[in-house]
Design a protein around this ligand. Structure first.
Ligand code: GLC
Length: 425
């Protein structure tokens, strides 16, 4: 069996980190299979896939396509409307895109995969144009399409090329079905985590030192937002929430992450965030630790992990990772984030964008060690039950098997798989 993975982005956003988990576990589960990856841009995804032993090629998108950004760079709903025109122009005017399709088609014809697994909206469309007739096609959808009318219409028009769509949450599945008007069922397979790496015990990091701050007083509660610098990740809400905490509380905030995308998009710069923190009088109370490759160690060094996205989060890998590390997490109550957490059991919440509510939830955890321990332990149990990457790959392999069946048999088989669905909390 030959499986070809296609990725729009070469950077390591959530969708691409998930793809690496898929590659790693599929390799383990099916060592005899041949796995290949083609990425639309060079970057850490290609490097890490090669490290896993996956034969990897980079087929760089033409400049106009690359600049558009996609899952992760623009993020979900509402952030890339101005780019639609650019995309339209690109498609209409573009011999570059046509020649890209020809090159992709040639690469696919050379590889002759039985199955193509694509990640990123643009690759979903491009894979439809380029796939060999007898290859099965799976779209792995990680983001909402509702505020991307052009993309929704492209996906709708190409959905008949796709044998099955997999989404990272039920919320994304509902969005896909509603906006792509497709008759195709979307199967939800929750993202899986490497439970050994994201584990309660393991190495930690010195967040104070990394942030250039003096060591915090013993007993300080460390509260961190772990996210890319995309504006919708809610850094401003988080900083405002920290600023509203009573001054005497032994709390230090951390911003862990950076601007990891090279594609166009709406991101904070570190300068903007620092100056916002200074304006709020937080300079000595918030550390900027930067992007940390070992995010599990960063999470283990925190007492509370905050997720503050101001728009519905399709899944929220950080939430599952924090749970897996046994950390209490505060989530922005919307979209997939709400679906994967159980408020009061393994997480606390706040209305997206509501800094005062976020302050309240931070306060509840800072003041209550027992609550932190209880939510953290329950989080780990949830992760073991729902976010094990081995179970994720088992579900994907089941779908791989079904869609590689002769066409006539697929319909019945997929119906049976659709009935199964992901686990509940
Ligand atoms: C996308 C989504 C994010 C999700 C990730 C992995 O980046 O925006 O919510 O966690 O994909 O599925």
């Amino acid at each position: 069996m030959k499986v070809l993975y296609l990725s729009t982005s070469g950077d390591l956003g959530g969708a691409e980190r998930n793809l690496l988990d898929v590659l790693s576990v599929v390799r383990e589960a099916r060592p005899e299979w041949q796995l290949e990856l083609i990425a639309g841009a060079d970057g850490p995804l290609a490097t890490k896939a090669r490290d896993l032993g996956v034969s990897t090629a980079v087929l760089p998108f033409p400049a106009c396509l690359e600049r558009l950004g996609d899952a992760g760079a623009g993020g979900p709903a509402g952030r890339d409307v101005p780019r639609f025109d650019l995309f339209r122009k690109c498609l209409l005017a573009s011999p570059e895109i046509l020649s890209y399709i020809v090159r992709l088609r040639t690469a696919l014809a050379r590889t002759q995969p039985q199955l193509i697994h694509s990640v990123g909206f643009k690759m979903h469309v491009l894979s439809s144009w380029s796939k060999p007739a007898n290859a099965a096609l799976l779209w792995h959808i990680h983001d909402y399409v509702r505020s991307r009318p052009l993309m929704a219409s492209l996906l709708r028009r190409h959905s008949h090329f796709c044998d099955t769509a997999v989404t990272n949450s039920r919320s994304v599945a509902a969005d896909f079905t509603a906006n792509c008007g497709s008759t195709m069922r979307a199967h939800t397979v929750y993202n899986g985590i490497d439970l050994d790496r994201f584990s309660p015990s393991g190495d930690t990091v010195d967040l104070d030192q990394l942030s250039g701050l003096p060591a915090a007083e013993p007993g300080t509660i460390r509260v961190g937002l772990v996210a890319t610098f995309a504006r919708w990740k809610g850094h401003l809400v988080y900083l405002r929430a920290l600023a509203a905490l009573p001054q005497h509380l032994p709390v230090r905030g951390y911003v862990v992450g950076g601007n990891i995308y090279r594609t166009a998009g709406s991101h904070f710069t570190i300068g903007e965030l620092r100056s916002e923190a200074a304006k709020l009088g937080l300079s000595a109370k918030v550390g900027f630790a930067g992007f940390l490759e070992n995010s599990a160690a960063a999470m283990r060094s925190l007492d509370v992990v905050v997720h503050a996205s101001t728009e519905p989060e399709p899944f929220g890998l950080v939430i599952a990772e924090a749970m897996s590390c046994g950390k209490p997490v505060i989530v922005a109550e919307a979209g997939g984030a709400l679906e994967i957490s159980s408020l009061g059991i393994n997480a606390l919440g706040h209305t997206p964008g509501d800094a005062a509510q976020l302050t309240g939830s931070i306060l509840s955890l800072v003041e209550n060690r027992e609550l932190r321990a209880r939510l953290g332990a329950e989080g780990r149990r949830t992760a073991e039950k729902r976010f094990d990457r081995k179970s994720m790959v088992r579900e994907l392999l089941r779908l791989y098997d079904e869609i590689s069946l002769p066409r006539g048999l697929q319909r019945t088989a997929l119906k049976a798989v659709a009935g199964a669905g992901p686990g509940t909390p």
